[in-house]
Design a protein around this ligand. Structure first.
Ligand code: ADP
Ligand code: MG
Length: 284
């Protein structure tokens, strides 16, 4: 019996069931939830082994996006006009409409409160177009200039994603992995993750080279939902079995172009190879 089986029998172990979590996507969208793979898995109608055939890993939920009525009401012309005004260009199939206001994304209250506290007035272009895509669990490449809010463009959907996954069990690695080219950047990302993830009690840690490993190892062993790492030190931690990527279902390569320029491609490939769910996502 995998360690996930007992958790499936205990629906209370899912974060979104906590009355204080403020996470209401599945409840609002009850019928699609009932037919979802997660619901079947919870009801015991679908064993994790049958669903994935990969080390008994359970299926996971990755689509949390419910288009608000005001976004749904936007005409194609209004969407085009908004994208033109905010200099947004999109490529790909079935790209969702952008969200023009924070309240239209469907973020839980604890995220909205943090946004208000920060004094932001409207989503930046990459957020307006990126949030609905990331919340749908779509693979996404986002390009926007420095200072345009890319960090929160991927972190806020990441926080929603984590809050809908089963709690970490002992020995589990992170659910969200953010790779960044430098220690400086990794630390900045961690600051945003701490600010916006604190109210849902998410733990994070930053893994980078050039400092003693001890404190980082201790953090990893305590269990953290979000890991922000530079590639070299993360590989070191993986090779010494201080963490693993079996629970990673949300992967971000921040400043990917810079990481490639810096010659990190072999390390990135090695890391991505260990994210089992990437395979599942591609084969769906
Ligand atoms: P990038 O990664 O695109 O260079 P950052 O994510 O570091 O930019 O964001 C730059 C600054 O903008 C940060 O201080 C961040 O808190 C702030 N910011 C993020 N989103 C918004 C927003 N919607 N409105 C105003 N400021 C924002
Ligand atoms: Mg950035």
């Amino acid at each position: 019996m995998s360690r996930y089986d007992s958790r499936a029998a205990d629906p209370g172990s899912y974060r979104d069931r906590r009355p204080d979590s403020g996470f209401g996507y599945k409840r609002e969208n009850e019928s699609s939830y009932r037919s979802s793979s997660l619901a079947k898995y919870e009801r015991g109608e679908q064993s994790p082994q049958r669903k994935t055939d990969l080390d008994g890993l359970p299926p996971f939920e990755k689509n949390f996006y419910v288009e608000s009525s005001s976004v749904a009401a936007l005409t194609e012309r209004e969407v085009e006009e908004y994208r033109r005004r905010r200099e947004i260009t999109v490529e790909g199939k079935d790209v969702p409409k952008p969200v023009t206001r924070f309240g239209d994304v469907g973020f839980p209250d604890y995220v909205i409160q943090e946004i208000e506290k920060a004094g932001f007035t409207e989503p930046t272009p990459i957020q307006a177009q990126g949030w609905p895509m990331a919340l749908r669990g779509r693979d996404l490449i986002g390009i926007a200039e420095t200072g345009s809010g890319k960090t929160l463009a991927y972190l806020l959907p990441a926080i929603v994603h984590v809050n809908a996954q089963p709690f970490l069990a002992p020995g589990d690695g992170p659910i969200v992995l953010v790779l960044a080219p430098t220690r400086e950047l990794a630390v900045q990302i961690q600051q945003e993750a701490t600010k916006f993830g604190a109210s849902s009690k998410l733990k994070n840690t930053c893994i980078y080279g050039g400092v003693p490993k001890g404190p980082q190892v201790r953090d990893l062993q305590k269990g953290v939902e979000i890991v922000i790492a530079t590639p070299g030190r993360l590989i070191d931690m993986l090779e010494s079995h201080h963490t693993n990527l079996r629970r990673v279902t949300y992967l971000v390569l921040d400043e990917a172009d810079r990481m490639l320029d810096m010659g990190f491609e072999p390390q990135i490939r090695k890391i991505v190879d260990q994210v089992c769910y990437l395979l599942l996502t591609l084969s769906q």
